[in-house]
Design a protein around this ligand. Structure first.
Ligand code: AP5
Ligand code: MG
Length: 226
């Protein structure tokens, strides 16, 4: 199955994707993580996009669509992807449809996490991410271990775009460019809304009912959780 997890900045896309990856052995395609990896390794692409990411604007469609095709064309990930942060505008949504068709795949489910701006601000300003394994925590809602160590060799860090000013810009970008995609997927009947204000585990449980709805057999994946 291919699932899109959709929502404003700080909605909980990464948090829920991590859980879905563990439960269903999906491949997480987080475009934000891919871009941050390029930036922290100071690659040619990383240097080119650093300012854009830190300003809360979108990186160009050409760059993003190229990154996506590299993954979609890999047979290892065929029909086994959770999209976190892509597509992000109508152009990317259309491109995704074209690429999925080209590689004989489809979208099975689009989950929209609905969260208020107030919650978003608290979530973004309280977020801490493990530098090694990428586990996501929150100072207020989902605190890290007491010793501030997530895994061996990892340190908990704040993202460079997690300040109030950039978060505001990211939210504007979301409202202007990303939200309109919802109509695009609504027409296909694949869109499911989830109240993202609930507790992390409650949201996950709701998402699981939708996974069931698209025919994922829970028994098949039971061994992954043990
Ligand atoms: P990206 O990394 O995708 O950022 P985003 O969309 O702004 O989303 P976030 O990662 O901030 O939030 P999230 O929804 O994953 O929330 P999380 O689970 O971490 O993109 C960053 C930038 O890269 C963009 O601004 C753009 O520049 C560029 N980019 C990326 N993709 C692009 C694309 N396709 N095209 C062009 N440019 C692109 O949770 C947030 C916090 O809340 C955490 O601390 C968590 O512990 C906490 N939390 C989660 N759920 C709950 C809950 N239910 N209750 C309480 N706390 C919760
Ligand atoms: Mg994220």
């Amino acid at each position: 199955m291919n699932v899109i997890i959709f929502g404003p900045p700080g909605a909980g896309k990464g948090t829920q994707s991590e859980r879905l990856v563990k439960k269903y052995a999906l491949f997480k395609l987080s475009t934000g993580d891919l871009l941050r990896h390029e930036i922290s390794n100071a690659t040619t692409l990383g240097k080119k996009i650093k300012e854009i990411v830190n300003s809360g604007k979108l990186v160009s469609d050409d760059i993003m669509n190229n990154l996506i095709e590299r993954i979609l064309s890999n047979p290892e990930h065929k029909n086994n992807i959770i999209f976190d942060g892509y597509p992000r505008n109508l152009e990317q949504a259309k491109n995704l449809s074209v690429l999925l068709k080209k590689y004989k795949q489809k979208v099975d489910l689009v989950i929209n996490l609905k969260v208020s701006l107030d919650s978003i601000v608290k979530r973004i300003t309280g977020r801490l991410v493990c530098s090694k394994c990428g586990n996501i925590f929150n100072k207020f809602f989902n605190p890290p271990p007491a010793n501030q160590v997530c895994c061996q060799g990892g340190s908990l860090q704040q993202r460079s775009d997690d300040n109030f000013e950039t978060a505001k810009k990211r939210y504007e970008t979301y409202e202007n460019l990303t939200m309109p995609i919802l109509n695009y997927y609504n027409k296909s009947g694949l869109l499911k809304e989830v109240d993202g204000e609930n507790k992390i585990e409650e949201i996950f449980s709701k998402i699981n009912t939708f996974m069931n709805w698209i025919g994922v057999d829970f028994e098949t994946y039971a061994h992954i959780n043990t």
